[in-house]
Design a protein around this ligand. Structure first.
Ligand SMILES: Nc1ncnc2c1ncn2[C@@H]1O[C@H](COP(=O)(O)OP(=O)(O)OP(=O)(O)O)[C@@H](O)[C@H]1O
Ligand SMILES: O=C(O)[C@@H](O)C(=O)CO
Length: 426
């Protein structure tokens, strides 16, 4: 079909990691938007979809690289005809000390000639709420949650206005809870006041789904939103009201793939640690990868693969590098955080290739960076989004291949997530 006659996409999303991309895609599919996730900026034209999510691996990248990649994604999404753009960041606002959320948002604003955007990572269904500019994870401030121990992006300040201001050249403001509860019109008035006060980027409070819907409505007319997946909850209704979207009840249907199944875990989050323990406690087959062995040059990937090949016919296996925060700290102080992370990611990515060669067709991957490495190694460049397993984590189908992937954000999923995911896959 020629570019002229092809239906334009409505929403273009740039996600700063792979699991974050599936998370926001899942939210859009839930609202009836046909959504395709592409891995990196595609070479060709846009797929037939209401929304396209470009998954980058830029969360921990230096700002200059993250900006370059985000702008490339933006230009591709503009060519696909997107009417609105969404920079998907983590619901825990994960960012390195130097931070690239501010620089990327400002670069996108500049490219879109947009003088005002919001920043709202809230995802209440997963316990992420923003109140008076402070991010809570469950009952804890971000800075007191397990996120303070994150191996790559330790978050030690819950005040998002302060965090974002430190990364931004323009002025960062706040739209407080008492405005948000009054709805979209009050929010729009607050945006105008902030804009008049030269604020370029406003953190917006949100503690429940109604707030997210108000925010999505208030952002109708803004070209760019910077947010977790939560705000996407309210977007399909806005697009439907414009006549840009006809919700599709079958948006989440995936074909059956069968085959063997496995779980790969490179996340060291509290949630993933609990999920790995749950698997081990049930006596299910599991193989541990040790970053020190990798650094010493041991053939850990081959050993893990040989172990898995013998067991796959009997049922799903888990291969994991997941470790408790104190173990990760020790390894990082010996090897350096970057090298340790890289070695583990490469090892798990290599194992993923071997597992697929050995007949695995349903693969659960825990961790955003880990998922990025695995998806790249598997040469997957497009994913269709299926039904959610737990909030924010859907099964996905690699385009044109009999392979399904569930890419789990480190902190997402109930304690029995791995088992549940495998039970739900076909
Ligand atoms: N035992 C370990 N020691 C040191 N680093 C590890 C170990 N296990 C995993 N890692 C590294 O920790 C990082 C975990 O990041 P990843 O993004 O995969 O998980 P996450 O941060 O929990 O997930 P998300 O980004 O979705 O929140 C990866 O780079 C991984 O290679
Ligand atoms: O928003 C989240 O928490 C997740 O989608 C994510 O980005 C984890 O990598």
């Amino acid at each position: 079909m020629s570019a002229d006659t092809r239906r334009r996409i409505t929403l273009g999303v740039i996600a700063d990691d792979f699991t974050g991309a599936t998370d926001v895609a899942s939210m859009l599919v839930r609202g009836g938007m046909k959504t395709v996730q592409v891995v990196g900026v595609p070479q060709g034209g846009a797929p037939e979809a209401d929304a396209v999510v470009v998954a980058l691996k830029s969360r921990t990248a230096p700002a200059v690289e993250a900006v370059r990649d985000a702008l490339a994604a933006l230009h591709w999404l503009q060519d696909a005809g997107a009417r609105q753009f969404y920079f998907k960041v983590c619901s825990t606002f994960d960012s390195t000390a130097k931070g690239n959320i501010g620089p990327v948002t400002e670069a996108l604003q500049q490219a879109l000639d947009s003088d005002f955007s919001i920043a709202c990572p809230a995802f209440p269904e997963n316990g992420r709420t923003v109140f008076r500019g402070h991010l809570f994870v469950g009952d804890e401030l971000l800075s007191e949650s397990s996120m303070r121990h994150h191996p790559l992006t330790p978050m030690t300040d819950a005040n998002l206005v302060r965090v974002l201001q430190a990364q931004s050249r323009g002025k960062v403001g706040l739209v407080r809870h008492e405005v948000v509860v009054r709805g979209a019109a009050a929010l729009r008035a607050a945006f105008e006041q902030l804009r008049a006060a030269q604020v370029r980027l406003a953190v917006v409070d949100a503690i429940d789904n109604d707030h997210l819907r108000h925010i999505a409505q208030a952002c109708d007319g803004l070209l760019l939103l910077t947010a977790g997946s939560g705000v996407a909850l309210g977007l399909p209704a806005v697009y439907q009201a414009h006549g840009w979207l006809q919700p599709d009840a079958k948006a989440a249907e995936l074909a059956e793939v069968g085959g063997a199944a496995a779980v790969l875990s490179g996340s060291c989050s509290a949630a993933t640690n609990a999920q790995v323990s749950h698997w081990l406690d049930a006596g299910r087959p599991a193989w541990r990868i040790d970053a020190r062995d990798l650094a010493a040059g041991a053939p850990a990937a081959e050993q893990g693969l040989a172990w898995a090949r013998e067991r796959l016919a009997q049922g799903p296996v888990l291969i994991y590098a997941t470790a408790q925060p104190h173990e990760v700290r020790d390894i990082q102080s010996e090897l350096g955080a970057e090298l340790a992370g890289h070695l583990v990611e490469q090892c798990l990515a290599h194992i993923a290739q071997g597992l697929v060669d050995a007949g695995v067709r349903r693969l659960v991957v825990a961790g955003g960076e880990t998922s990025g490495a695995v998806v790249q190694a598997l040469g997957v460049n497009q994913l269709r989004i299926g039904a959610p397993i737990d909030p924010g984590v859907p099964w996905t189908q690699a385009e044109g291949r009999p392979l399904q992937l569930a890419l789990k954000s480190g902190n997402f999923g109930a304690v029995d997530f791995f088992v549940k995911a495998l039970e739900l896959s076909r």
